[in-house]
Design a protein around this ligand. Structure first.
Ligand code: TYD
Length: 207
């Protein structure tokens, strides 16, 4: 694969969307070509799957069903957008990827990492990120900064205990994959965090 594949991960409210916007501004200003997508979503079919997963009315959805839907949305995105672009040598950023499934479904919902790895093996085997930028902020600090859970979607109302387990999952994943994970302290100002992200992308020779 010729291109570079970079993913963003983090708990709710860490400022991930804001950081991705700031990175985009930097890339545009510096004339760096890139493609940005997000999970779950990024294709017409994957966005439809996203709507089912995040629909607040779907409270009866089993954890296994949820995990499989994330994997289904993912394989569609990989085949339609990510794989062809990496083959063409493009720089591809993705807002969340399989580490989200490992942390949210594997760790926090208790399905286990092996279950998530198994159902994602077909989709993701050859498409692990060159670099995963993990925005490191505890859920307590993230929620304080955000002003509490303000979204009605099913995941965000799951409560602090759930988010703490997600965070613990991410720390485990980062610990086990130190060469792939860049752990970025996200407790400072948005400009400081943005500077750290740009610095790590430069250091790794990605931009
Ligand atoms: P989104 O509104 O995009 O949240 P964020 O801005 O935090 O990325 O919703 C995505 C939600 O889906 C988020 O709560 C994390 C969750 N998610 C999983 O639980 N598993 C996954 O595999 C993915 C990709 C996302």
């Amino acid at each position: 694969m010729k291109g570079k594949f970079i993913t963003f991960e983090g708990c709710e409210g860490v400022g991930k969307s804001r950081q991705i916007k700031l990175l985009e501004e930097y890339l545009v200003k510096n004339g760096i070509q890139y493609y940005l997508t997000r999970e779950p979503g990024g294709t017409e079919i994957s966005e439809q799957i996203r709507a089912i997963i995040l629909d607040g009315k779907n409270l009866a959805m089993t954890d296994e069903c949820e995990a499989l839907l994330y994997a289904a949305a993912r394989v569609q995105l990989i085949k339609e957008e990510i794989e062809p672009r990496l083959k063409r040598g493009e720089l591809v950023f993705c807002d969340r990827y399989v580490d989200s499934s490992l942390a949210y479904q594997g760790k926090a919902r208790g399905l286990g990492y092996d279950f998530i790895r198994n159902i994602n093996a077909y989709a993701c085997d050859n498409f692990m990120p060159d670099l995963t930028i993990f925005l490191n902020l505890s859920p307590e600090d993230a929620f304080k900064r955000k002003g509490g859970a303000d979204s009605a979607d099913r995941l965000e109302i799951s409560g602090m205990e759930f988010h703490k387990r997600v965070y613990a999952g991410y720390l485990e994943l980062a610990g086990k994959n130190p060469e792939r994970f860049a752990v970025i302290d996200a407790s400072g100002t948005k400009e400081q965090t943005s500077g750290k992200i740009v610095a790590v992308l430069k250091e790794k020779g990605i931009i």
